[in-house]
Design a protein around this ligand. Structure first.
Ligand code: F6R
Length: 639
């Protein structure tokens, strides 16, 4: 039976969704709900049956349950657990096994009797799996079914490991993992090729039988799939949509994961809103692109029939609104990213003075500068600004071992050529070839190899920056220590990184800082690099006069672009400039063809960059602005 949704605001949503400010608050709520179930059962002398998930989503729930056990006496003596899934094949002792995960995160820290723990067995012979699965289901039934089932959601829309194509009535069984799921798991396994191809998972039907189901999702990466699961049609293409047919399900998500739900993304379609400047611009751009009509051709009727009647009644007619938004967009476009000297700058994104600016471009990895803003980088240098670039991390994790071997071979031959003693190089070569032969997936490189990988990327970055036209003294390698430290230690202070960044900023005293504004991956290098820079700038603002003249511009990393309504500076590129940018990206040879971390995009970095910049240009054009070959986009950030 399908639930009735009586609320206007959530009228696109087919599942009850609670949105929390952050993961912390939300996970506490989930943990307390689980604790409540355990305690209620305890009072009645009954067993609480929990359905558990692994992965990043429930980690904080387990932390809170452990705290409740240690500090508030929550006992797990009456608890029986059934885990959703396990990779196949998988030894329980392997670090990537879900047995290991559950022990580390929960079971080792609470008083659950070991015999009450059930996790699908990854060590079974193939012919024994079907029987095992039948018994797993039977055992759940014998305990009276699962009282509360927690779930995460994969980017394929999987729940458990029920990948696209799974049936609604599926039971526990052996399944094949989706390619995207294996990519997502590749970091844990040190490469996708090491991720098992199969898993044993409870089925959609098994999950459905739970008396209560809570699905959790945090951060922006999950926003698109949450929208599909909650607002899309039920389909086996997105197995999580099956949950729409359950009456016992709740999604508990944070604001970031909720971003794409209509009530947040296009609130004018769900309820009466306050029309501030940002939302107005977003809505008009949306209207124009949806109706495939340039902004200046939108009519009152278009506004009235698309949830924007109040806007047009208050701030219309359409003619005025169209001109306002068109002009706003027009004024973001500039061929002078450092400001146009001796010109009125009241309608331009950047100041005209000083005519020659100190510019400091922060690049999280050694190639983000040219990939994300190569055209603007070249322009700034060509227009005579004093441009500096700072490579924040060494980027050594993204170099193939093969390349190290190749460079060592070169060093050996070079030593011979110039008559140096090449014994030491030969020794190093032999030693490392041996190390690579026996290297385990995910094994961290020794310091020597990390240094060579750093040098490889350093050489490429210098070649790129030189190509752009920077003098050597304007190229800075920060090698922020967090990048190395986090390989060995998860909790460490960023103080040294902030200090190093403050030092460099003080040296350059920039009028413009460019930095990567990627906030999608909260644990990713880009976000950490941004946090460090932001902290450094905020501290300097308290003491250093020059910061009053310093503007911070953000570009998006290699993966995404700003949505049109957030763009505050749009720098158009000619076909020749696009080509020059491509050549700058080519200097990063270790990242060409097949990078170590391609993400889920098979295109090479230069192709992605060109596609993204031409897409932005196309969107501007569809909105009725001039037609450019490509556009690089920036947003200003206050600090
Ligand atoms: C884990 C499981 C998966 C995960 C999902 C999300 O037992 O069955 O469905 O819940 O892949 O993973 P995270 O939470 O790591 O984003």
């Amino acid at each position: 039976m399908r639930r009735l949704n009586l609320l206007e605001e959530t009228r696109f949503e087919k599942i009850p969704v609670s949105v929390f400010d952050n993961e912390q608050e939300a996970t506490i709520k989930v943990a307390h709900r689980i604790a409540q179930v355990i305690r209620e059962k305890q009072e009645k002398g009954e067993t609480a049956v929990l359905g558990l998930a692994t992965g990043a989503s429930p980690i904080k729930v387990y932390q809170e349950l452990v705290r409740l056990h240690k500090e508030e006496g929550l006992s797990f003596k009456n608890v029986v657990t059934f885990n959703l899934d396990e990779y196949y094949p998988m030894q329980p002792t392997a670090e990537q096994s879900y047995v290991h995960f559950m022990n580390e995160k929960l079971f080792n820290h609470v008083d659950i009797p070991r015999e009450n723990i059930n996790i699908p067995d990854g060590t079974l012979a193939l012919e024994d799996i079907a029987d095992f699965c039948k018994k797993y289901e039977q055992k759940i039934n014998d305990f009276g079914g699962i009282d509360i089932q927690i779930l995460g959601i994969g980017r394929t829309g999987h729940i458990g490991f029920n990948e696209p194509g799974a049936a609604m009535n599926s039971g526990t069984r052996l399944v094949t993992l989706d390619d995207l799921t294996r990519k997502d798991a590749s970091r844990d396994f040190g490469g996708k090729e090491n991720v098992p191809k199969k898993a044993i998972t409870m089925g959609v039907g098994s999950i459905f039988k739970a008396k209560e189901i809570i699905l959790m999702a945090w951060n922006k990466k999950k926003a698109p799939i949450i929208k599909k699961a909650v607002e899309g049609e039920i389909s086996s293409d997105i197995p999580a949509t099956f949950l729409q047919a359950s009456n016992n399900v709740e999604f508990i998500i944070d604001k970031d994961a909720a971003t794409d739900l209509t009530r947040f993304d296009k609130p004018w379609l769900t309820h009466d809103i306050e029309w501030d400047e940002v939302i107005t611009k977003k809505a008009v751009v949306w209207l124009s692109l949806t109706l495939k009509k340039p902004i200046l051709k939108l009519s009152d009727e278009d506004y009235n029939t698309h949830g924007m009647a109040r806007l047009i009644a208050e701030k219309g007619p359409a003619y005025n609104m169209n001109i306002k938004i068109f002009n706003d967009l027009q004024h973001t476009i500039t061929g002078w990213p450092g400001g146009k000297p001796n010109e009125d700058d009241s309608q331009r994104p950047e100041r005209s003075t000083p005519a020659k600016k100190n510019v400091l471009l922060f690049s999280p990895h050694p190639d983000d500068d040219v990939i994300s803003m190569g055209g603007t980088f070249i322009r700034l240098a060509d227009q005579g600004h004093n441009v500096h670039v700072a490579y924040q991390t060494s980027g050594n994790s993204a170099v193939w071992d093969d390349d190290v071997v190749r460079y060592l071979e070169f060093a050996e031959d070079f030593a011979k050529l110039v008559g140096f003693d090449d014994k030491k190089v030969q020794e190093l070569y032999r030693e490392n070839v041996e190390i690579f032969k026996n290297k385990k997936p995910n094994q961290t490189d020794n310091e020597f190899v990390r240094n060579i990988k750093h040098i490889i990327r350093k050489g490429e970055a210098i070649a790129g920056a030189r190509f752009v036209g920077l003098p050597e003294e304007n190229i800075h390698f920060q090698s922020l220590p967090f990048y190395e430290r986090r390989k060995f230690d998860k909790d460490f202070p960023y103080e040294e990184d902030v200090q190093l960044t403050m030092e460099l900023l003080r040296k350059v005293k920039p009028h413009q800082v460019f930095a990567a504004g990627d906030f999608e991956d909260p644990h990713g290098t880009h976000k950490t690099c941004f946090d460090i820079l932001y902290e450094a700038l905020k501290r300097l603002k308290e003491t250093d006069e020059w910061t009053k003249d310093c503007w911070l511009w953000l570009y998006r990393g290699a993966w995404h672009e700003y949505p049109i309504h957030e763009i505050e500076m749009a720098v158009p590129l000619s076909p020749q400039e696009v080509y020059k940018k491509r050549l700058a990206i080519f200097k990063h040879q270790s990242q060409k063809d097949l990078p170590v971390y391609p993400g889920d995009d098979a295109r090479e970095f230069w192709v992605r960059a060109e596609d993204r910049n031409s897409e932005t240009a196309n969107l501007y054009n569809q909105l009725g602005l001039a037609e450019y070959e490509a556009i690089e986009a920036f947003a200003r950030w206050e600090f």
